[in-house]
Ligand binder design. Structure first.
Ligand SMILES: *Cc1c(COP(=O)(O)O)cnc(C)c1O
Length: 417
């Protein structure tokens, strides 16, 4: 079906259609290890190419500024009800166009410009929207950051000390590159002790949380945001979750629309509803368990090969390789070499990284996408070996690695049906 759609597009617009085919082939051939990416179901993907994209629906179900909204009202209500059921909460807003849009609305709802905010620094694994100086969150709020310790772990005592000293209005927990379980209960204790609101951004781990394989932030956070396209394996988009009282007190709906967005993407909301439905099935829990098994197996195999891991391991879907024991090899070099052998990953800073941001001394690796393709633990060993050869002995082993990678991906085709 996905191929028929691409054929149709190619006939209508060969220039764009050919490029979409090329991207399909790239995804088919490559071992995708970018921790924030996934391969979503055909149903969820096709919903985004549906007639729903034609509809304007500013407002919320039952309270729209346009006529003709009865169908999209039902679709959005299904998405809302499923999100609440999946994450065991009282309030859900399914309209954020992306994770960053969800975060912008929440920050505007919880704080006024200039308010003191404490979030995880981008260098340590936090997100741009948690107070980076190049993002609205850093420009309009007075942001202080916490990081990780030498060993690569969050130091809750230190975070508490900082919070008690600064007395921020808002504390942000959540990360884009942290391989360990986050203690949300401890974060709430810290927030309560200094009179702050706790916002958790679970963008990366939402799939694990939905499956009960990572502690849920919902009982502890005042507000939780997430993306829907990472481990949750849905369309690109955002989601805001909370309890009814907090949602009303801080006017979460209003801060999203009209506060920071216009018309909702009902085609994407339908795809989110499908994703939430999939996530309630037992197969989804099996999938999330497989992610954890694969990540652990890959981490162990990589360490046996000779790689160092930040924090010495992983408890979720991702890990950070520290390349400083490989003289002269930066994160950027390694990422480029991997591209040449059809392994896709991204460079990432490590604690106290000696190299600048754009270069770095590490890479981030996740298994959500390859687990969706059906890769299992036994296949993590050859992948680890390919990564080690690419890092330590590139020129000599390049051809051999390429062949191994191509045959591994050929064994797990995507969107065949
Ligand atoms: C990916 C991510 C986001 C942003 O998601 P976009 O959809 O790219 O805007 C926000 N927060 C965290 C922690 C993330 O990892």
């Amino acid at each position: 079906m996905i191929k028929e759609v691409m054929d149709y597009i190619e006939k209508a617009d060969p220039e764009v259609g050919r490029e979409i085919w090329k991207e399909y082939e790239r995804q088919q051939q490559n071992i995708e290890l970018i921790a924030s990416e996934n391969i979503i179901s055909a149903a969820s993907m096709l919903a985004m190419g549906s007639v729903l994209t034609n509809k304007y629906a500013e407002g919320y179900p039952g309270k729209r500024y346009y006529g003709g909204c009865s169908v999209v009202d039902r679709i959005e209500s299904i998405a809302i009800e499923r999100a609440k059921k999946l994450f065991h909460c009282e309030y859900a807003n399914v309209q954020p166009h992306s994770g960053a849009q969800a975060n912008m609305a929440v920050m505007m709802a919880l704080c006024s410009p200039g308010d003191k905010v404490l979030g995880m620094s981008l260098d340590a694994g936090g997100h741009l929207t948690h107070g980076s100086s190049v993002n609205f969150s850093g420009r309009y709020f007075s942001v202080s950051s916490y990081g990780i310790n030498e060993a690569g772990f969050l130091d809750y005592d230190e975070i508490e000390e900082t919070a008690l000293r600064l007395r921020p209005k808002l504390i942000i927990a959540g990360a884009s590159a942290y391989p360990r379980i986050i203690d949300f209960r401890r974060f709430r204790e810290i927030a309560d002790r200094c009179g702050a609101i706790l916002w958790v951004d679970m963008a990366h781990i939402a799939g694990l949380v939905a499956a009960g394989l990572h502690p849920s932030p919902i009982p502890y956070a005042h507000v939780t945001t997430t993306t829907t396209h990472k481990t949750l394996r849905g369309p690109r988009g955002g989601l805001i979750l909370s309890d009814k009282e907090t949602a009303e007190r801080f006017q979460l709906d209003k801060n999203l629309f009209p506060g920071s967005q216009g018309g909702p993407l009902e085609h994407v909301i339908a795809a989110k509803a499908i994703c939430f439905g999939e996530a309630m099935k037992p197969e989804f829990s099996d999938y999330q368990r497989q992610i954890l098994k694969n990540t652990r197996a890959l981490a162990e195999a990589l360490m046996l090969q000779g790689f160092r891991l930040v924090s010495g391991g992983t408890e979720n879907h991702l890990m950070l390789l520290d390349l400083t024991n490989l003289p002269g090899l930066s994160g950027k070099d390694f990422q480029n070499r991997c591209d040449e052998v059809h392994i896709t990953l991204n460079r990432n800073a490590i604690p106290n990284d000696p190299r600048p941001h754009f270069i770095t001394s590490g890479v981030r690796i996740g298994t959500a996408a390859i687990s969706s393709r059906g890769f299992t633990e036994a296949e993590m060993e050859p992948i680890a070996e390919c990564l080690w050869k690419t890092a330590a002995d590139f020129e000599k082993s390049k051809e051999e690695v390429l062949q191994t990678i191509l045959s591994l991906s050929a064994a797990h085709p995507i969107y065949e049906g």
